[in-house]
Design a protein around this ligand. Structure first.
Ligand code: IPT
Length: 954
């Protein structure tokens, strides 16, 4: 019989948070105490198990010359071109047996070594601490051969006192990092598993009489306009705020008139905490967060969160983000009208919170805690309901709150994500409430809201959200008194999310609904030499969740996806609508009046702006509206005309320049004339061809061959689209899986049976039946061609036969053109739009190349449709619609798009395939959430639509 005895490696599987670290405290950059960053190249040795090597590498004089190198901060699996292992992506499944607190014997372990000298001017007196800002998932640390402790809690800071161990030269810092530990059970977030020292390591001098920990309390009384500041500090000192003439002792309150902090006007006052041995800069924002009358109020006002969930992500560096990347996130959010961030699902790099304070974003700071994989066993053995784990949970809560407590942007502490329910969560909430009464507590996993100050849900559908808004949802007594937010909704995976405008309407209609946070900010695609961007499965993981990790509003390179453009429009802080020469402007900010915005009108005829001017709008207060008269419209011929009114920044702000468009509205002034073709020509049968006006058709099949000099792959009915991630759906999350319903029915392999080609007086009529093998259902399709000699009109009539129980993916025609590059159109643009994602589509004249029309979703799928198109010109043809239509144009077929797994699978062919669609099924959000609302369904119903083709003169 053999058994394992206690060993030097037991800490890996120990449920305790660790040993040796200092108590958590506020994270700050001192004005005068020295700091030595230990970033850069470190010696690195990878072992297959935790106990493969002893600790001799930590000894001074150890020869690590033969070791590899990694860059710190960084994840080792993203360095070394695969030599150091590879990333693993799982959503909620643990990539190891659920056997808490045990982890596999195969436990990649990275030994990191760094030798450093103290700078010449490093003070001889005082102490020093070494701070680790983030290490995944468990580390043991030695300095100059002395074991100083070990810790878990990957996205939390840990400090160790090391002053007594330092020497001027040749300090040896050794860090052993294990990929798997007991801590991994608490870190089952939906993201890549990426071991390493991924945030900075810094040596901090601690002067005698220096600052230890401090807590800035800065409240705002909206009735008097006064702010009260009190800085509690472990070490006594003074608090200075020159702009407010404040000079008080720590612990003493000072009250004076102030400008409050809000996400809309993030007023920060520079201050200083001065102790005998140190000066620390403070950035003080005065605001008061309360739960009152069942609402979350800041500075006396209920706020509406227009939020997003942000994971830390960089396509090459993983969760190692530099300051500029963090700033880019914040600027992009601000420029797209986002006012709130949930730091899903762990405390971010502290610098990100500084940026939120500075630029203005409401923050839900979330603890590094998720035990989602236990759902597979009905939450049995869930660590959050097991007292042995509670110290680790409390440690995580304290490390978050203590590190981040001085950020005015944080309004909620979140206990974590998807961890079920249990006593450990209650203990965390109690600790947090006691430590910081100036903020509220969030957690989604307990719908009874035992421990929380808000009723929070994820992916609740519109009907349920409306019930909650109307307070008809029942629930516990406590829950009934709480406001509601959707901490996740609008799953932005691939094409979508659809239906967010319908949510926003509800959020704005019912007071109890205080908004939501789109899931999520960025696609976690990993830059990859062959695949462009890799997702789950691309690294040969035995268990993975595919491209479920690519569900953001921005692509991995941080270019906005259409989802972000749509969200910006849906949440714009000014509503602009109008009719009959009057425009109504409504201020939907929570705090700001409209004095920061300038307004412009323009008048378009057939999509071209013919006149424009400024509009003077009063500085409306939040919630106020004004009806303003527009000027007399210019005289023009009978044509479609619209008013477009824009709200622009009146001057430069910290986050966007003057003239940045914040909001817009468009409304009709006069309607246009539909394209008409008098059927004067008669189809003529030749030897092999039938001719009609400028067109020639195959004499046997009636298929169009050319219009004038433009050869055409004949248009024919098309109902298929390369299924989107939302069409794919998920069994566990939504149960709506159009893709499998449609494929079972055979909509991706429709057969076309020709029944007749009829040459009439003034029309060529081709009758067909379009249906899938093995099924009774079908579509009777009649193509009727007419011409006035120069133009060609096609009218398509569709009549469903049999019993159709499923919606159609799309309904329209597909044709091929031998060459097409530049595309011009009059209709919705500039970006893509589908029935439930079309708020941001603005009617106008647009142009793009065929390549630019493609939206590069990481997993290829239907994309790029321009909606409400009156006409499009491409490949030498002008195509007008009656009624308006939607089009896509690509250098590959729908079938190729459907089959591709990565963008690199798509290679341009010789033909540009053009779909002209009468309708599309809505997009929805059922990759994780509800499907398209009924009004966006494309039912199989009788339909008729026409296109007029003419040849463009070159
Ligand atoms: C929800 C998770 O909280 C989030 O991390 C992410 O996985 C999202 O789903 C899907 O992308 S949990 C789910 C059960 C709704």
């Amino acid at each position: 019989m053999s058994f394992r005895t206690t060993s030097a490696f037991d800490y890996v599987e120990d449920v305790s948070p660790g040993s040796g670290a200092l108590p958590p405290r506020a994270w700050y950059a001192s004005s005068d105490a020295k700091a030595l960053p230990l970033d850069g190249a470190w010696r690195f040795r990878l072992s297959a198990t935790a106990d493969a090597e002893d600790d001799s590498f930590a000894e001074e004089g150890y020869d690590a010359d033969g070791w590899a190198e990694v860059t710190v901060p960084g994840h080792w699996v993203l360095q070394g071109d695969g030599a150091f292992g590879l990333p693993i992506y799982t959503n909620h499944l643990y990539p190891f047996p659920v056997d808490p607190p045990h982890v596999p014997t195969e436990n990649p372990t990275g030994d990191h070594l760094r030798v450093f000298d103290l700078p010449e001017d490093w003070p001889a007196d005082g102490g020093a601490v070494i701070r680790f800002d983030g290490v995944e998932s468990c580390a043991r640390v030695w300095l100059n051969g002395t074991d100083i402790g070990e810790f878990k809690g990957s996205r939390l800071a840990h400090e160790f006192a090391v002053g007594h161990l330092l020497k001027p030269k040749g300090n040896v810092l050794a860090v052993r990092v294990h990929q798997w530990s007991a801590g991994s059970y608490l870190e089952d977030q939906d993201q890549w598993w990426l071991p390493g020292i991924f945030r900075e390591v810094t040596l901090l001098h601690r002067p005698a009489g220096g600052v230890l920990d401090f807590f800035v309390h800065a409240s705002y009384d909206h009735l008097t306009g006064e702010g009260t500041l009190r800085v509690d500090s472990d070490v006594d000192g003074r608090v200075l705020v020159p702009a407010l003439d404040i000079d008080v002792a720590t612990g003493e309150p000072a009250t004076t008139l102030v400008a409050p902090w809000s996400a809309e006007s993030p007023r920060l006052y520079d201050g200083e905490l001065v102790t005998e041995g140190e000066r620390v800069p403070l950035r003080i924002g005065f605001r008061t967060v309360v739960l009152e009358d069942g609402l979350i109020k800041v500075n006396g006002k209920a706020v509406l969160f227009k939020g997003v969930n942000r994971h830390e992500w960089h396509p090459e560096k993983g969760r190692t983000l530099d300051l500029e990347t963090m700033r880019e996130d914040v600027l992009l959010m601000k420029r797209h009208n986002i006012n709130a961030v949930r730091t899903s699902h762990y405390p971010p790099h502290p610098a990100f919170l500084d940026l939120c304070d500075e630029y203005g974003l409401w923050v839900i700071d979330e603890c590094d805690l998720e035990t989602h994989g236990f759902t597979e066993q009905d939450w049995r053995d869930n660590p959050v309901d097991d007292d042995r784990w509670t110290p680790a949970l409390l440690d995580r809560a304290a490390r978050m709150v203590e590190r981040d407590k001085n950020h005015p942007s944080i309004v909620f502490w979140s206990l974590g994500n998807e961890a079920g329910t249990g006593r450990g969560l209650t203990a965390m909430a109690e600790w947090i409430h006691a430590r910081d009464s100036s903020r509220l507590v969030h957690y989604e996993g307990d719908w009874n809201c035992r421990d929380t100050d808000v009723y929070s849900r994820m992916y609740a559908n519109h009907a349920e959200v409306e019930q909650i808004g109307k307070e008809l949802d029942g629930g516990t007594h406590k829950r009934r008194g709480l406001p509601f937010i959707q901490c996740e909704y609008g799953h932005a995976m691939g094409n979508g999310p659809g239906g967010i405008a319908d949510y926003q309407e509800l959020f704005e209609k019912y007071d109890r609904l205080q908004g939501g946070f789109i899931w999520e900010w960025i696609d976690h695609g990993v830059k990859h030499a062959e695949l462009g961007y890799a997702y789950g499965g691309d690294f040969g993981e035995e268990l993975h969740d595919g491209n479920f990790v690519c569900d953001g509003l921005i692509f991995p390179d941080r270019t906005p996806s259409p989802g972000l453009i749509e969200y910006k429009k849906v949440i714009e802080p000014v509503r602009i609508d109008g009719a009959d020469g009057t425009v109504r402007v409504t201020n939907t900010y929570d705090f700001a009046d409209l004095s920061g915005l300038a307004f412009e009108w323009s008048y378009q005829v057939d999509g071209e702006t013919v006149e424009a001017g400024t509009l003077s709008v009063p500085a409306l207060a939040p919630g106020e509206s004004a009806d303003l008269k527009l000027p007399e419209p210019p005289a023009h011929e009978a044509a479609e005309a619209q008013w477009t009114v824009r709200a622009l920044l009146a001057s430069d702000t910290a986050w966007a320049p003057k003239d940045h468009v914040v909001a817009w509205g468009q409304f009709p002034a006069s309607s246009g004339v539909r394209p008409s073709v008098a059927p004067t020509d008669r189809p003529v049968r030749g030897e092999k061809l039938i001719t009609l006006g400028p067109a020639s058709f195959d004499g046997r099949t009636g298929a169009l061959k050319a219009i004038g000099g433009v050869a055409v792959e004949s248009p024919r009915l098309d109902v298929w689209r390369a299924t989107t991630d939302n069409d794919e759906g998920t069994e566990w999350a939504s149960g709506i899986r159009y893709s499998s319903l449609w494929r079972t029915l055979g909509l991706h392999r429709m057969r076309h049976r020709l029944s007749s080609v009829e040459l009439g007086e003034d029309a060529l009529t081709v009758r067909t039946r379009v249906a899938p093998a093995a099924r009774e259902v079908g579509l009777g399709v009649v193509y009727r061609w007419t011409s006035d000699g120069s133009r060609l009109r096609l009218t398509v009539s569709v009549g469903p036969e049999g019993e159709w129980t499923q919606p159609l993916p799309r309904l329209g025609i597909r044709l091929g053109l031998p060459e097409a590059d530049q595309v011009k159109w009059y209709g919705g643009g500039p970006g893509e739009a589908y029935p439930d994602t079309r708020k941001a589509s603005m009617v106008g004249r647009w142009q793009a190349s065929v390549d630019e029309l493609q939206t590069p979703y990481l997993r290829p799928q239907e994309n790029g449709a321009r909606a409400d198109v009156r006409w499009v010109e491409l490949g030498g043809l002008r195509i007008e619609g009656d009624p308006e239509f939607s089009f896509t144009a690509r250098r590959w077929t729908t079938e190729q798009l459907d089959a591709a797994a990565h963008l690199t699978d798509l290679t341009p062919g010789d033909t540009v395939w053009v779909n002209l669609d009468h309708g599309h099924h809505g997009i929805g959000s059922q990759s994780c959430g509800p499907g398209p609302l009924p009004q966006y369904h494309l039912r199989a119903e009788p339909a008729e639509f026409s296109f007029v083709f003419s040849v463009l003169s070159r």
